[in-house]
Design a protein around this ligand. Structure first.
Ligand SMILES: Cc1cc2nc3c(=O)[nH]c(=O)nc-3n(C[C@H](O)[C@H](O)[C@H](O)COP(=O)(O)O)c2cc1C
Length: 366
């Protein structure tokens, strides 16, 4: 089964033992100062033990003013190094690759958590979001956040992680800069020019590639098109963003489509899925990951035959931490679907605080 073949990530020479990744999932199980919580450790290491070839952490904030929620893991200070090192070692005790997802919330980093007014590309308000005051970032903010991303990636490297994933999706800082709706700047960091809107993520990618060894994996997660209240992302521009990031040295592009085999809204009458467009546009050596509603062997294999090199599982991996191991043993294996009871989740290293958070996902908790 192709799913259980090894795959090299980009041009790093690093190998994943299979084509199954744990998708990044916020779980609120770390400490209030951003240091690693035991429950966050147990949750991730349990999935590594279950056979996921690559374990991607939750979104981890790189600057104090970029924190998105309570219990978020941090990588903005050397005080986080002990926990990050323990986590990388725990994941490495299995055969998994350890990837730290690095993040800044931008307009979605609440003042009541950070103590300061959130900043973004422009002073925009997200419809339906409780945050009502956002300022336009200064050049100083932009330069600071670029160096915060570099420092966080360096910490990940020094802690023993195999790589980082830049969180460019889901309406957070990079997405806010990429979107024509939320980036109305008049300078070289945005506005009507697509090149300018890409400038922040491109500069971060250039700095990471320059500062870190070529064996260190640098991936990027992108939302390829509009979804819900996050608008201003054109599908063709997303392909160009991915191509540009690949040119700058991205080892993998992680497409967050919510349905892995979706066709783009812009070309919904065509016959190609989003994954196929990305595969045709990107050089062969750039690894493609895709996430979204993957529960079965058939779902995963369809993604791979459509051009993905790896699949990333989120919700399925919550209740089914041994999905890769069990499927490898028995190709008739089927995952247990939600809703799950509290006790069912407790038994698979999901703590009370994470269960509480999961209640906001429809029909997930009994
Ligand atoms: C509880 C939960 C937390 C999530 N947190 C993150 C996150 O921190 N970073 C991120 O890029 N995506 C996050 N996502 C999105 C997932 O990585 C994934 O793309 C999405 O859930 C679709 O995959 P699925 O159908 O396998 O759940 C989260 C999803 C869930 C269910």
């Amino acid at each position: 089964m192709k799913l259980f073949e090894r795959v090299t990530i980009g041009e790093t020479g690093m190998l994943s033992t299979n084509r199954i990744a744990l998708a990044p999932m916020t779980n609120m199980q770390s400490n209030s100062d951003g240091t690693l919580g035991d429950n966050e450790y147990n949750w991730l290491v349990r999935r590594a033990e279950g056979g996921f070839g690559m374990v991607i952490t939750c979104a981890t904030y790189v600057s104090e003013d970029g924190k998105g929620w309570d219990g978020e893991l941090g990588a903005w200070s050397n005080n986080h190094m002990d926990g990050l090192t323990r986590l990388a070692e725990g994941i490495h005790d299995t055969d998994s690759l350890a990837i730290l997802q690095i993040f800044h919330g931008g307009a979605r980093a609440p003042e009541k958590i950070t103590g300061v007014m959130p900043w973004s590309s422009s002073a925009h308000i997200i419809p339906g979001n409780p945050i009502k005051r956002v300022r336009e970032g200064t050049i100083f903010d932009i330069e600071r956040v670029i160096s915060d991303f570099t420092n966080a990636a360096r910490r990940a490297y020094n802690a023993g992680f195999d790589g980082v994933e830049i969180h460019g999706a889901h309406g957070y800082l990079f997405h806010q800069f990429l979107s024509a709706d939320t980036n109305k700047r008049k300078d070289e960091w945005g506005g009507e020019s697509f090149e300018n809107r890409c400038q922040l993520i491109r500069t971060v990618m250039q700095n990471l590639r320059r500062e870190l060894p070529s064996t260190f994996i640098i991936g990027v997660r992108l939302s390829p098109e509009d979804r819900g209240t996050f608008k201003g992302i054109d599908f063709d521009e997303s392909i160009q963003t991915a191509e540009m990031l690949a040119d700058e040295g991205a080892d993998y592009i992680h497409i967050s489509a919510w349905e892995a085999l979706k066709k783009p809204d812009k070309y919904k009458d065509g016959d190609k899925t989003i994954v196929k467009y990305f595969r045709e546009a990107l050089p062969e050596e750039v690894t493609i990951l895709v996430a979204g509603d993957i529960w079965s062997k058939e779902d995963a294999e369809k993604c791979i035959s459509d051009g993905a090199d790896m699949v990333a599982l989120a919700r399925c991996a919550i209740g089914n931490p041994d999905w890769p191991k069990l499927l490898k043993k028995n190709d008739k294996y089927t995952a247990v679907k939600p809703p799950y009871s509290h006790d069912q989740l407790k038994a698979v290293a999901v703590s009370d605080v994470f269960v509480e958070y999961l209640k906001k996902w429809e029909n997930f908790i009994k």
